[in-house]
Design a protein around this ligand. Structure first.
Ligand SMILES: [Cu+2]
Length: 115
């Protein structure tokens, strides 16, 4: 019985954290990367831990892709899918440097530094 009580006590902050994380995707992002003229602008951004980056596909319908380098193999891996319009967001819960590329244009690359 006592164990169950403690378990519940820890479960509640966990749920609150999940709800807050869900809400953070709705507010303004911590960094915006415009995709236009076959470039990421800016390609390199820095956000705090828990920060959200928004990529905006705004290149006249030219298809692009935002994907974390698979070799990272860490939590927080992301993939927008190939798209020509719209936005893609990712929230970074772990510090580190995340390299991302566009599979359509392999020379399009950038980094998100989370600190
Ligand atoms: Cu591209």
């Amino acid at each position: 019985m006592r164990r169950n009580g403690i378990g519940r006590r820890f479960a509640l902050p966990g749920i609150a954290a999940v709800l807050l994380a869900g809400c953070s995707g709705e507010g303004p992002p911590d960094a915006v990367i415009e995709i236009s003229n076959v470039q990421f602008g800016p390609a390199d951004v820095t956000v705090p831990v828990g920060g959200t980056v928004e990529w905006r596909f705004d290149d006249g319908g030219v298809l692009h892709h935002v994907a974390a380098e698979p070799r990272l193999g860490v939590e927080g891996e992301f993939d927008s899918g190939i798209a020509g319009v719209g936005t893609f967001r990712h929230t970074f819960d772990r510090a580190g440097t995340y390299v991302y590329t566009c599979s359509v244009h392999r020379y399009m690359t950038g980094t998100v530094t989370v600190e």
